[in-house]
Design a protein around this ligand. Sequence first.
Ligand code: PGA
Length: 251
Amino acid sequence: MRRQLICANWKMNHSLQDGMDFFLKLESIDYNNPQSDAVVFPAFPLIQPLSTIGAKIGIPIGGQNLNENESGAYTGEVSASMLASCGASWVIIGHSERRDIFGESNELIAKKIIAALSGNLNVILCVGEHLETREDGKTTEFVQNQLAINLDSISPDDMEKITIAYEPIWAIGTGLASKPEDAEEIMSFIRNWLEEKFNTDIADKTRILYGGSVKPDNMSGYAAMKNIDGALVGGASLDAESFWGIIKAVS
Ligand code: PGA
């Protein structure tokens, strides 16, 4: 049985004080949720202090990106071991904003996944299509190509540390959430693909999250779907009560 996982992707939002206040708020509403897992992904400078406060209520912290190299002359970049040394145990790789704004290719994302695994980090690998691809009826082909390249050299054992987030790009930050049934169709396709590439056990165990305009009032619709194991949440994860509302919706 896969446990639901609710992830907060804060993107480039929240000062250190905002981040601390978020956790204090969760603590004060008695955050305690054995039914599902939660992870918060703040900006890099907040990782270390928030990992200390997050540990108190059992919420791990992750980075929103990493560099594929271990160390060296890469001004402005952060490696897997640096994230881990600051208390991060997770990292998001291949978010559509990294792919589209920063030009990250499928091949680069594959390298970043290897780097994250060498640093012993859990990975949220994001995939998902643009609106034109959906309108052309090419969503499954597009997502399959992303997965095939991103996970090209990944072994079945590595998959223990990998979660997949299906985020249709047209649904991110737009308020136009995908219908649960439409997301389920692609996510069931992803699970079948995992079975073909790896095996039935990996397909059964791997968590697949939905992302794109998830809110406290639409989360239960996703959680009711057979192949949806939680959510990667942007805007609605910035406020502690809203994040808690999403977690409660799957409990
Ligand atoms: P959103 O973002 O919840 O604001 O749509 C989701 C994401 O980008 O991961």
